[in-house]
Design a protein. Structure first.
Length: 255
């Protein structure tokens, strides 16, 4: 069942068969590790801190660092041989670099697997589709630099990446998309605005349209990432049919 596409309320939810476990997952992991030729680590994470770009506080909560305990020598004449400090972080896990869990998005009262929200939430959080059920991401990744393929520094605001854009970028780069690949899409939006104008970065964005994400999924993609906070065009052109919906809710693909 496609809970995020109202016209198709029959059948059963399609499970993302690429989220494998056991021997199949082990074989995929070994295959990916055998492909490593240069022992170079590329940092993809943003820096976390109270000064980081955080987006609208009503949506993302924010990042706050406080103190739970400080050494006694700071506030008294005591200076024991062993003392320690302990800080406390109050923040949404949706800030900065993150992976959307399958409980993050719902459509018409249901989340991935057809679970009804009312039956899946308690005072202690979600009982279905938690990240503890998702296996670690160890596999082959490919970068689709759509901005470079189009010859621009960054895509225009609210530009929707299409299947044609994705196909043209793969061809221009000479990149092969294989089953189980993690696909990272570069729009150029982060480099242009994330540090220099964070309000503009979050206010509206280009992104991967639902049709492009389905095109990638049908050809083997197991995970989709971008250099934007919203993955798809923000604000969403059609909240009834979104990339979040067709990937997270209908197919169990993390973003």
């Amino acid at each position: 069942m496609r809970w995020c596409e109202k016209a198709r309320f029959t059948g059963s939810p399609r499970i993302n068969t690429r989220r494998r476990s056991g021997s199949a997952a082990a074989a995929e992991t070994l295959s990916a590790l055998h492909g490593v030729q240069v022992g170079r680590v590329i940092e993809l994470s943003t820096t976390f801190g109270r000064d980081m770009p955080q987006g609208p506080p009503d949506s993302f909560y924010g990042f706050r660092l406080g103190w739970h305990r400080t050494p006694k020598a700071l506030t008294s004449k005591e200076s024991p041989g062993f003392d320690f400090s302990m800080d406390v972080i109050h923040a949404s896990p949706h800030l900065g670099t993150h992976i959307d869990g399958l409980a993050h998005i719902s459509c018409h009262g249901r989340m991935f697997g057809g679970h009804e929200l009312a039956d899946s939430f308690t005072d202690f959080g979600w009982t279905k589709n938690g990240m503890e059920h998702s296996r670690p991401v160890i596999g082959r990744g490919i970068l689709l630099d759509v901005a470079r393929a189009k010859g621009v520094e960054h895509l225009p605001d609210r530009y929707e990446i299409t299947p044609e854009d994705v196909g043209a970028t793969l061809e221009a780069q000479g990149t092969e998309l294989r089953s189980g690949d993690s696909v990272l899409v570069r729009t150029g939006w982060m480099k242009a605005w994330y540090d220099s104008a964070p309000d503009a970065y979050f206010a509206s964005q280009p992104g991967v349209g639902p049709d492009a994400s389905l095109w990638l999924y049908d050809r083997g993609m197991a995970l989709l990432g971008t250099d934007t906070s919203g993955t798809e065009v923000i604000p969403m052109p059609d909240p009834e049919r979104t990339t979040h919906g067709v990937m997270l809710v209908d197919r169990g693909v993390h973003l």
